[in-house]
Design a protein around this ligand. Sequence first.
Ligand code: ADP
Ligand code: MG
Length: 326
Amino acid sequence: MMSQGHNKMGEFALIRWIQQQAKKGDHLTQGIGDDCSVQPQQDGQELLTSTDLLIEDVHFKRAWSSMHDLGRKAAAVNISDIAAMGGIPQSLFLSLGRPDQIPDAEIQEFVSGFIAEAEFYGAVLAGGDSCRSTGPLVIAVTVQGTIAAGEAVYRHGASYGDAVYVSGCLGDSALALQALLRGEQPDPYLAGRFHTPSPRVDLGVNLARSGWATAMLDISDGLIADLGHILEASGVGAEIELARLPLSGPFSQALLQDTELIELALAGGEDYELVFTSPLNDLDTRPGFSPFVTRIGVIRQEPGLSLRAVDGSFYECRRKGYDHFG
Ligand code: ADP
Ligand code: MG
């Protein structure tokens, strides 16, 4: 999850450095570098594991949502990384660093929300750790899931000519965050998209089982940054048509007032939708995918990401990735 100060090595540079230090691990199909690590099991399955850290006032503000919703979100954003590989979530581990001033009842509400969300997706809370924090509320979550061996969809499989798709709508969560940062109450639909995102587990599983997705990840840092990971890992480029970006009613309404808001759909972050590539260019019309999946562009050979505006000109997005409250 992105969050960086200005005088430090960027998050991506640091991860790259860490990746170079760590051994690859003969027991792993995939180590550092994708949404989950992937470890073959005895029974023809592979174990998927991912972990995410949420820190008060960096990733969330307690005043903005109920502790129940915060618990749901902490589970959901982790489950989203399992969805991004096409897997089925099974176990979640929850570690809490708790400041003394948070009452028991609020922590219980948080944990109830976390468990409810995990169970909604067929997973369970299977462990964790609890301690005091002398600073902010710290929430560290690890999730495990499974997938049939060989079915996991990685970031590196996109190839020339593939179509680029996204699920759901983009920008809603970032638009809600913008309102919250201004001290306003977002539209209820937008608020829901920010506080309680829905990991796209069924879609991920469908795409992995059918073999139709060549590369996939979940959008946590914004479409440009996250599609950028697919392009880099696959050694290709892409062209995206702005007119094709899937936008909700409330988002489109806001866009009528301020056309620059399109940058929130491109680089706002925390969408928790899936972005994936496929050699099929009519997936968005097939049962089970239509109308929930939208074709937004195409993979090309030349590296880099081009954004094509409605009038055919190239669009330069000024907003780069998601920097939380920075
Ligand atoms: P995501 O947005 O899907 O959670 P990230 O961008 O946070 O993914 O991380 C990219 C990759 O780098 C993942 O494989 C993740 O496990 C790995 N990674 C991130 N931070 C660290 C770290 N401190 N040590 C080891 N691996 C890390
Ligand atoms: Mg991810």
